[in-house]
Design a protein around this ligand. Structure first.
Ligand SMILES: [Zn+2]
Ligand SMILES: [Zn+2]
Length: 118
């Protein structure tokens, strides 16, 4: 089912579709990661691409819940960061393509907000 976006702020970044799929650096056109369409409620991502460009992504939906901060670590399963509680796949960040990143992602299934930095 399609969801209605509330916020969509992309800086130096392109998304393959409206609110998910491959994410590309606008400067060098490299893909920097993959965002799963239906499992997140909110994404805040700031990163530095290997080409030097600094990009960011902010996405949430009309029906997004507030979420609650959580100290648990995301689980990495085949390149994809997943919720440790319900194992929902959330996002892939291609570590080799970015020199640094900071992310906060809310799992739609359990409302936990996970943080990840490099
Ligand atoms: Zn780049
Ligand atoms: Zn979850």
């Amino acid at each position: 089912m399609a969801r209605t976006l509330k916020s969509k702020e992309l800086v130096n970044t392109r998304l393959a579709t409206n609110y998910g799929g491959w994410m590309y650096c606008d400067e060098c056109n490299e893909n920097i990661g993959y965002l799963c369409y239906s499992t997140y409620d909110r994404l805040e991502l700031n990163y530095k691409c290997n080409c030097g460009s600094i990009g960011s992504v902010l996405l949430d939906f009309e029906d997004s819940k507030t979420g609650r901060d959580c100290e648990d670590e995301l689980t990495l399963i085949k390149n994809r960061w997943c919720c440790p509680k319900d194992h929902e796949p959330l996002i892939t960040i291609l570590d080799k393509k970015v020199s640094a990143y900071e992310m906060k992602i809310t799992c739609k299934a359990c409302d936990n907000i996970y943080k990840k930095n490099k």
